[in-house]
Design a binder for this molecule. Structure first.
Ligand code: ATP
Ligand code: IP8
Length: 284
């Protein structure tokens, strides 16, 4: 009964201001096993605390989780010769470790953060990146329940039991698409370690920031991407797909760099001067 009234309270009057993904590239040194980028984490947490906005947090795995998932073929499922359930457990243990650090960072900044693990809160996936309706309903209800109390849910990319392939990886980017659809925030923010989406990998000579992507207005800019070797969820290309799906449904998305005034502005619900803004073309 209490749960129902909390959910109603959230649903009726409280639109979420910002749904943010703290990218693994921002929170960790992605090339180095289980290495936290403590300054970026602190900065993100303080900015969330000081934003004065209603925020829900998703975070990726970075160098927590991707290494184990790659070594034990967790995203490929239990039929893969390299897969083991111990590897599944190691992957979950690693992402939950990072979730603990993110929750602790938010708490230290004064935010009433509560960690949410999709493997438990949502339940089984049905193939890579597919969350069946019942699991979606369950997970979203849990998130709404927390928002209804005034807590800030901190949800992480996770290894999940999978109805088709035994096990799978549910990425933070997929969770962002799903939660944006359900919670209808005013702004969606992806924080990474680079100023936004570039026309080619940012470490390539001549790479240029793409300031705006208009979804539904012709073909859009040509974007080439690269992905870290151990990344099992598709890197920035997958993020761009999520951002485009979210923008197509009507919510503007910004991709912005951690530790900058631009990330701070985005967490206040503003479109920063330096970022990539993905939004629906006005005619579509
Ligand atoms: N065209 C591009 N534009 C922007 N970044 C790119 C591009 N190509 C490659 N990258 C790389 O993608 C990285 C960001 O994508 P990544 O998937 O690592 O993000 P993340 O969400 O922070 O990570 P995680 O999945 O661990 O949460 C950056 O570190 C950047 O170097
Ligand atoms: C368990 C893992 C590797 C979660 C992956 O989530 P992502 O870093 O958001 O792609």
């Amino acid at each position: 009964h209490l749960t129902r009234s909390l959910r109603r309270r959230w649903g009726s009057s409280n639109q979420l201001d910002v749904l943010v993904k703290l990218g693994g590239s921002a929170l960790t040194n992605k090339a180095s096993f289980e290495t936290l980028h403590a300054d970026n984490l602190r900065d993100c947490c303080e900015n969330i605390a000081q934003s004065g906005k209603r925020v829900a947090v998703v975070h990726g795995a970075g160098s927590f989780g991707h290494f184990q998932a790659r070594e034990h073929a967790v995203s490929k499922g239990s039929g893969d010769p390299k897969f083991s359930w111990r590897g599944f457990g190691l992957t979950r243990s690693s992402v939950c470790k990072l979730n603990g650090l993110v929750v602790d960072g938010l708490l230290a900044a004064g935010v009433a953060a509560v960690g949410v693990s999709p493997c438990d809160a949502f339940g089984a996936t049905r193939g890579r990146g597919v969350v069946p309706r019942a699991a979606r309903r369950r997970g979203v209800a849990r998130v709404r329940e927390l928002l209804g109390t005034g807590c800030v849910p901190a949800i992480h990319g996770d290894a999940c039991i999978d109805e088709i392939q035994g096990a799978s990886i549910l990425s933070g980017d997929t969770l962002m698409t799903l939660l944006a659809e359900e919670l209808r925030p005013k702004l969606v923010v992806f924080i990474t370690d680079v100023p936004g989406v570039f026309d080619r990998p940012p470490d390539e000579p001549g790479a240029t920031l793409v300031p705006r992507i208009s979804v539904g207005a012709g073909r859009g800019p040509k974007i080439a991407t690269s992905t870290a070797l151990h990344d099992v969820t598709g890197g920035v290309a997958a993020k761009l797909e999520s951002a485009i799906a979210i923008a197509r449904a009507g919510t503007p998305v910004v991709v912005v760099e951690a530790g900058t005034a631009h990330a701070r502005a985005a967490l206040r619900g503003e479109v920063p001067d330096v970022c990539t803004l993905v939004e629906r073309a006005s005619s579509s």
